[in-house]
Design a protein around this ligand. Structure first.
Ligand code: FAD
Length: 341
């Protein structure tokens, strides 16, 4: 679908072309009235003796201003295109150093405490352009204090004009509760991109992931980027932990990815309170789960990413240490094999 500027450009080309065609037909008609057929003129030219006297006698003086009219039209059209497209540089939706505000356009409740919030970007063809692996900061002034938290949009580069945040709100939460209280049209303050980790295709041979609750959003962003790119040969193994069955976020999207890319992606759910007949893991994510599904990054070319609530992250660090897997540093570097997002 062409954008606004491409449409203006196409429109101006069409107008210019139509103008030239109309001018040609007008000239043709006037020459025909003066006794000349335009195809003869093009192929043979005028007989020399008729050039000056006959043409000057003929009623074709109207042609004199034609070049001026054509030039003026071209200048108007070029100016139109220039002023509508190139006049001011477009500001990017995200700035790492400045807060920008975007209005809530839509809220889709997916459970009593979780919703997808769609925020509108200024132009229909704007994209957030968040590098894969990075997130945004969201801030609000709450009780006179500026509070900021990280969120990873679940929309991607292919979604223009908006971005979507999947947010679970906590009763005592600050930003999550603030967002849950927004009405359509209320603005949210965002800044970014943020984060040390930037994923690029084939960065590593394999990606192992442990996600808990809303910690799935950064993993989902990376997962989609890996799997939609046929040139990216990275294998991905994800362990996704939740308390209850209904807490599993993006379930249908994840299941679909696992089915479509069975050769490159394995998915293992773990639930604290599984329903009857559950065939995933139960309880917390254990050393055995990790050993069974996630290869030791020290022994093969892979990286392990962890994102979840702090108690879960602490428990995973201990599990990794017990298994003699590399453990994440407090502040990770891109080359680290294990990191907390
Ligand atoms: C890289 C990154 C990406 C993230 N992406 C998302 C995302 O896409 N969606 C999303 O919903 N969150 C995401 N988070 C988590 C998010 O940043 C906040 O931590 C979360 O929304 C809670 O913030 P808050 O201000 O509402 O609560 P806080 O002010 O941090 O906490 C206040 C109270 O809320 C309760 N609370 C807060 N967090 C939890 C929890 N995990 N479990 C139980 N109770 C809790 C506790 O009672 C706590 O004392 C991400 C975090 C990171 C680091």
């Amino acid at each position: 679908m062409p954008n606004k500027y491409q449409l203006v450009f196409l429109g101006s080309l069409l107008v210019a072309f139509s103008f030239l065609v109309a001018l040609f037909h007008l000239i043709k008609a006037k020459l025909a009235a003066a006794g000349y057929h335009v195809s003869h003129l093009i192929l043979l030219g005028l007989p020399e003796h008729t050039m000056s006297d006959q043409l000057s006698n003929a009623n074709i003086n109207f042609l004199a201003p034609a070049p001026v009219i054509a030039a003026v039209t071209a200048i108007i059209l070029i100016s139109l295109v220039y002023f509508t497209t190139a006049r001011k540089p477009r500001s990017k939706p995200l700035d790492p150093n400045a807060w920008k505000e975007y209005p809530l356009a839509k809220k889709t409740q997916i459970s009593p405490n979780t919703a997808i919030y769609r925020f509108k970007l200024p132009r229909a063809d704007d994209v957030l352009n968040l590098p894969t692996g990075q997130h945004i900061s969201v801030s609000a002034e709450l009780n006179g204090k500026l509070v900021a938290r990280s969120y990873t949009p679940i929309s991607n580069h292919e979604n223009s004009g908006y971005f979507d945040l999947l947010i679970k709100s906590y009763e005592k939460g600050n930003i999550s509760r603030h967002i849950a209280g927004l009405n359509i049209g209320d603005k949210l303050r965002v800044k970014g991109p943020k984060g040390q980790f930037v994923y690029s295709p084939n960065l590593t041979g394999g990606l192992s992931m442990i996600a808990g609750g809303t910690g799935i959003t950064p993993m989902y962003q990376i997962l989609r980027s890996v799997l939609k790119n046929p040139d990216d040969k990275t294998r991905v193994n994800l362990i996704y932990a939740n308390v209850n069955h209904e807490d599993i976020l993006l379930r249908s999207e994840l299941d679909k990815l696992a089915q479509t890319h069975a050769d490159r992606f394995t998915l293992y759910y773990v639930l604290n309170n599984p329903p009857s007949g559950w065939n995933g893991g139960t309880g917390f994510v254990t050393k055995e789960h990790i050993k069974q599904f996630l290869p030791n990054p020290a022994e093969n070319n892979s990286k392990l990413l962890i994102c979840g609530p702090p108690p879960m992250v602490a428990a995973m660090k201990k599990n990794l240490a017990d298994l003699e897997y590399p453990v994440p540093r407090t502040i990770s570097k891109l080359e680290d094999q294990v990191r907390v997002i």
